[in-house]
Design a protein around this ligand. Sequence first.
Ligand code: NDP
Length: 594
Amino acid sequence: MPPESTTPLSPDELREKYRLEREKRLRPEGNAQYVEPGTVLDDFDADPYVEPGFTRDPVVDEVDVVVIGAGFGGMLAAANLRKAGIDSFRMIDKAGDFGGTWYWNRYPGAACDVESHVYLPMLEETGYMPTEKYVKAPEIFAYCQLLGRHFDLYPTALFQTDVEGLDWDDATSRWTVTTDRADRITSRFVIIAGGVLHKAKLPGIPGIDTFAGHAFHTARWDYAYTGGSPTEPLAGLADKRVGIIGTGATAVQAVPHLARSAKELFVFQRTPAPVGVRGNQPTDPNWFASLPPGWQEERIRNFVAVMAGEEPDVDMVDDGWTRMLYVDTRRKPTSAEDAAELERIDFENMETIRRRVDEVVDDPETAERLKPWYGKLCKRLCFHDEYLQVFNQPNVHLVDTEGMGVERITPDGVVVGGVEYPVDCLVYASGFEVTSDYTHRLGFDPKGRAGVSLSEAWVEGPATLHGVLTRGFPNMLMISTVQGGQNINFLFTITATARHVAWVIDECLRTGVTEVEPTADAQDAWWNTILAGIEQTWRYQLKCTPGYLNNEGGGDMRSARSAAYMGSALAYADELTSWRETGDLAGLETQRAE
Ligand code: NDP
């Protein structure tokens, strides 16, 4: 069936179209439609970026702080510890180096989708000038390594090491961290910076484990098979038929590179991505040199204010993000007229995205299939100047699944609508767990007071103060989105939280506090703050096509408790700052040395 015509629709028609497109995609199994990669790809979790066979002696140590996770969250927390003069800490990460997301995501085309000048932290401190407005992943990974050297973090780091256990001891007020390399490290405090988009997921497509060709997930790109590198053509694909499943923000970046190198590329689409203009450009060194002290904080706050729909007078970053989100159409309308206006703006923003598809894609039928029919905040907006264009190439085939997803995988290929598409290689751009249980994503289950595990303590859902501390788990500080901050520029909230956790630890160490945890009342009050912000976001999200942002279109109170603070990210960061400035550890119970 050819898709519908491109005639602009009335608001009523658009509302109905969005509703129908959402309903097509709703699945009763929700998140259970996904499976863990390890159940399908034997060596999925193997690190393709290190030499195999690394061994070392177990480490037995006692420190003030263990930092679990050496991505931006862990690194910024450690940098703040250093700044506070706390040097007794160890960092642990399963990866072979610093970088977290940017260590694992080395797929071709990977790049920062937020302006580097507001994304990369501490540019004024390191004196680093990003080479482009949106730098590529290898540059971000190198910047992580630079931060590692700048703050002398390498000597503290245990890489290629998986945390297996985290146990609190009431008698000594210490945590013990145990790892898969038989390390045993005791510490007064633990910072868990376990990452947000790090646990990959695969679609549970029937037959997925029968595929006889080569397959991998984008977060473990197999250059040994594809040839090339993040910056070089994938020469190994020149005679290959390649399929990619998924058309989210990752696929949008990877597809142009696959299209350039593969003999044939089949893009299996369930929901089209919204793809606006990127307009990347090199950083002008004169402009960069002219920036006054304090420029980065000012620019970051301005960007975050725009992302929060605060409509500041100046839009410093002035890009696709800020133009699309200058008005937060999720905000609570002040009147019926205001509600209609917010909806009109959202429709118009998405109409711009849909018009661009017609402008770029030659074949009208293909163009029609590439149009997203949902609100602008339903999926992560993408900005790319080569993605839509590849669908004009004769070796690229869009296989639209009409919202139903891939039907079946066979030993030879992928079946959609009863037609088998034979492929030699299958790339899963199927995303990451976001709304699953926190401890599941962490891969270990901390045991707090009386040996109670975090999964037991949170059986009804998480309870925290600021998303950072939780009762029953003294001296354990988390950097995550669970009841914590969130923003399009995730580095903003990570930076704010990393500063906060280091401050709490420093304050405790300076004032002789041996144990710190939130009161039940403080956790309840924080939950009420979270809840107050959820309602409006849900009103919007529950009309959205399914995805990780709306828990695959469903949700209950338990999953709501894992939500992030939905107000402005500036408000979240400012809340942490003013809490610290009061200086009385409000809402925390403390024990001191006798
Ligand atoms: P997503 O979860 O956004 O996308 C997964 C894709 O797989 C979707 O298109 C989904 O379709 C598709 N899919 C799932 N199941 C099936 C199925 N059975 N058949 C066909 N298709 C299926 O993951 P991404 O890795 O693309 O992005 C995750 C997040 O990572 C982004 O939202 C963003 O926050 C971040 N990111 C950031 C970047 C940056 O530059 N900073 C770059 C890339 C990603 P459907 O939409 O229908 O569910």
